[in-house]
Design a protein around this ligand. Structure first.
Ligand SMILES: [Zn+2]
Length: 442
C-alpha cells in the first residue's frame, strides 16, 4: 500500500436511510471495462448498481482514494470512512488474493488550512514542502489551457471550461445555482477553478498566470495521474465528495488524458450521522475525536461498528448502535478465549457430533466468501460467524453421549481458528492471554 506525503494514519459506527438524494449522472455513463474477472461484484456509483468487478491487469488493482483535509484533529466521522475502505482492501487482498495498489492523497493546502495556519502562526515553510508537487499541478493546468479545456482570466485565475470538458450527462446535472466561486470573469458560472490567485497573507507559488495555488479538485487528479498514469481501476471517497469533487476530478482527468473513462469503478462510503440527516462534521462542530472515542471504547469496537452495516450506507452514531458493536466484540472475545482452553489442553474436550459441526463450518466458510463477493456484505458475514459460535456453544453444553460421538477437539478448534483468522482478515485482533505462541522461526 502506498501512502502519499503527510499521510495521517487514521484508526481504524448503524444504518439509517441510504442517501436519499439521487446522484443520477454526476459521474456520466459507465461502460463496463475489458479485462479480467475477479469474482467480485461491487456497487459502482457511475453505474448506479452492482456490476462485475473487472480489472485491466490480472489480479492488480490501481486504486486512488481521496484523503482528508488536514487542518484539525481527526474525528470518528473521518475514521469510519477510512476504516470502511481499509476493510474493503483487506477483503480484496486476503480473501480474493488481489494485489491492491492503494494511493491516498492528503489535501494539505486549501482555504481551511490557510485560515488555520494564520490563526495558529504556523510557518508557511511547513506548507511549502509541497512545492515540487505543485509544479505538476502547474503543468496539468498548463496542458488543459493548451488543449483549450481551460482559460486564464485577467486576474490570473485559471478555470476549467465545463461546456467543453464535461460530458453532457454530468453538465445537465449541474445547476448554475451551484456556483461555488463567484467571479464575474468566469465564462460560465459552472466553471471550476484549477489555479487561484493568492489573497494577501496567503502562501503562494509562482505560476505563469499569477502568484497563487492549485484548486482542490486538481490535487487528486494530478496525484493519481502521476502515479498510475491514465488508467485507474478504482476511485473512492465519502459520499459527500461525489459532487462536485468527483464530477470535476473525472472531467478534468478525461480532458487531460484524452480518454473516455478515467476511473472505472467509483466507490463511495456512507457518512457518520449523529441524528436524521445530520452528519458528523468539523464545520458543524459536532465531532467526537478519535482520542475521545478511544477513552471509553476499543479500536475493535469501532471496527465492528463499521463492519455491522453496509459500507455504502450512512451510519447512526448513538448509544444503541455502539452497544450492539461492543456486545458483538465481547462475544468474539469470550468465545476465542474460552476455546483456547480446549485447544491448549486446560479443558477436556467434550464428546460432540464432529461431522455435523465440520459440515456447519464448511457451509459458513462458503457463505462468508459469497457475502464478501457481493459488494462486501460484512454485516451478514459477521452474523454467519456469530451463528457458528452459537452452534459450537450448543455443542459444548450438550450432555448427550452416544457411541457415535467423538472427541470434538478437531472440530471445535477448527471453528475457533476460522473465526479468529476471519476477524484478523477484517483487521480485528482478539486478545487471548492464554494463547500459546504457535509461530516458529528458524
Ligand atoms: Zn479527491
Amino acid at each position: 500500500m502506498m501512502w502519499f506525503s503527510r499521510m495521517k494514519q487514521t484508526l481504524p459506527l448503524l444504518t439509517i436511510s441510504f442517501n436519499s438524494k439521487s446522484y443520477s449522472s454526476y459521474l456520466g455513463k459507465f461502460k463496463s471495462p475489458q479485462g479480467y474477472e475477479t469474482g467480485l461484484t461491487i456497487y459502482n456509483s457511475a453505474a448506479h448498481k452492482k456490476v462485475p468487478f473487472i480489472l485491466k491487469n490480472k489480479g492488480i488493482i490501481t486504486w486512488y482514494m481521496c484523503g482528508p483535509t488536514v487542518y484539525a484533529e481527526s474525528h470518528i466521522g473521518h475514521a469510519c470512512c477510512y476504516v470502511k475502505f481499509d476493510i474493503l482492501r483487506r477483503i480484496m487482498e486476503n480473501v480474493f488474493g488481489l494485489n491492491v495498489l492503494l494511493l491516498m492523497g492528503i489535501t494539505d493546502i486549501d482555504d481551511k488550512i490557510i485560515k488555520k495556519s494564520i490563526e495558529s502562526n504556523l510557518s508557511i515553510s511547513e506548507i511549502s514542502r509541497m512545492f515540487e508537487f505543485d509544479f505538476f499541478k502547474d503543468m496539468a493546468a498548463m496542458r488543459l489551457i493548451e488543449k483549450d479545456f481551460a482559460y486564464v482570466t485577467e486576474k490570473g485565475n485559471v478555470y476549467f471550461k465545463v461546456t467543453k470538458g464535461m460530458s453532457a450527462d454530468i453538465l445537465s446535472e449541474i445547476s448554475e445555482d451551484n456556483e461555488t466561486i463567484i467571479d464575474p470573469l468566469k465564462k460560465d458560472k459552472r466553471d471550476f477553478v484549477l489555479w487561484k490567485v493568492a489573497k494577501e497573507n496567503e502562501p503562494f507559488w509562482a505560476s505563469p498566470w499569477c502568484h497563487g495555488r492549485p484548486g482542490w479538485h486538481i490535487e487528486c487528479s494530478v496525484l493519481a495521474s502521476k502515479i498510475f498514469g491514465f488508467h485507474l481501476d478504482v476511485h473512492s471517497g465519502g459520499y459527500d465528495l461525489l459532487f462536485p469533487h468527483h464530477s470535476n476530478e473525472k472531467s478534468q482527468s478525461e480532458a487531460y488524458h484524452s480518454c473516455s473513462q478515467w476511473g472505472n469503478y467509483w466507490l463511495h462510503a456512507g457518512l457518520l450521522q449523529v441524528g436524521d440527516d445530520i452528519k458528523m462534521s468539523k464545520s458543524i462542530e459536532n465531532t467526537i475525536s478519535i482520542k475521545e472515542f478511544l477513552r471509553e471504547n476499543s479500536v475493535n469496537d469501532f471496527r465492528i461498528f463499521c463492519l455491522q452495516s453496509p459500507y455504502r450506507k450512512n451510519m447512526l452514531y448513538c448509544s444503541e448502535t455502539l452497544a450492539r458493536a461492543k456486545d458483538m466484540h465481547r462475544k468474539f472475545h469470550n468465545f476465542i478465549n474460552e476455546l483456547e482452553l480446549y485447544s491448549n489442553g486446560e479443558l477436556v474436550s467434550p464428546q460432540i457430533d464432529e461431522d455435523k459441526l465440520l459440515s456447519k463450518l464448511r457451509s459458513t466458510e462458503e457463505q462468508v466468501i459469497s457475502l464478501f463477493a457481493d459488494d462486501f456484505n460484512t454485516g451478514q458475514a459477521l452474523l454467519c460467524l456469530t451463528d457458528l459460535i452459537d452452534v459450537v456453544n450448543e455443542n459444548l453444553q450438550s450432555t448427550i453421549e452416544t457411541v457415535t460421538f467423538k472427541d470434538g477437539i478437531t472440530a471445535i478448534s477448527a471453528c475457533s481458528n476460522y473465526i479468529d483468522k476471519t476477524l484478523e482478515v477484517l483487521g480485528i485482533k482478539i486478545i487471548c492471554k492464554k494463547k500459546i505462541n504457535r509461530d516458529f522461526y528458524i
